[in-house]
Design a protein around this ligand. Sequence first.
Ligand code: G3H
Ligand code: 13P
Ligand code: ZN
Length: 332
Amino acid sequence: MALASCKQILEEAQKKCYGVGAYNVNNMEQIQAIMTAAKETNSPVIIQVSRGALKYSNSTYLQYLMKAAIIENPDIPIAMHLDHGNSLETVIKAIELGFSSVMIDGSLMEDGKTISTYDYNVKVTRSVVEYAHARGVSVEAEIGTLGGLEDGVGSDRVHLTEPKLAKKFVDETNVDSLAIAIGTSHGAYKFKGTSTNLAFDILREVRALIDIPIVLHGASSVPKKLINEINKYGGKMSDAAGIPVESLQEAIKLGITKINVDTDGRLAITAAIRKVFTECPEKFDPRDYLGQARSELTNLIVLKMNAFGTVNHANDYIPKGFEEMKKLYISK
Ligand code: G3H
Ligand code: 13P
Ligand code: ZN
């Protein structure tokens, strides 16, 4: 069985100091691209799904597509992870769908926009931890907020993480991994001007204070090549900018283990489809452009798996099932 919890995947990665990409999906081609890349590079992988993705796919379609990935790839540890869960109710639904891992983003209120208080965050996170751990499911939480409003996820105000508060939060909630805010934001427009600096001093301080895996949201690199390609074939994305790969590698060295990537996948798909439409206007079989998009997405993820150091770690350990994880939580 290839299904693994994020806790196990990330703790194994943390021990060996490499990063694991968590790739957002909405459809079959994205899941297939991720799995082809994971198989080709022998990498463990986290497939993550937002509330928007669940809504778009009517939950059941995505649930079974992810299960297909698990059946098709018995040798690859795969986590089915809920991204930016906004309430215990959403988390319960994800666990009922078979997710091995959930995020509760209590840094924002249930609307996914309004910045919450520390006390609210602790309260909602604790309730999720209690529910999820009793079922062998691991939990990611967040402290501090990212910038950038994207499709209702994320605040437009940035609050970088306070390291001492992060330590207090982990002690009070017993979460398995923690997302921190060090200057990234969701989407394709992360920086204005030329600066792409991240607050590595905060990351260093947090790493020194807590020992669970640390998560970086908003970690797409927004490759110039893809933006140029999109613009060349009729797109309009002039000021797009992301986190340079070198910064992500530095972040991994300093203690980031889970790297969230959604936007870069969207860009690879859009560039590929625009190119087919422009160069072959006679084509109308979706397989011609969705197939090309899937190949380009595979290539992108192979590059990321290499850059994050995930390659050749799929066989380092045997994925633990829900029952084993449940026992592990009870014993602690
Ligand atoms: O963190 C947000 C992810 O990019 C998911 O975006 O809510 O548009 O699916 P979405
Ligand atoms: P990007 O928008 O940088 O890809 O971030 C995705 C993310 O953080 C999903 O939770
Ligand atoms: Zn995110």
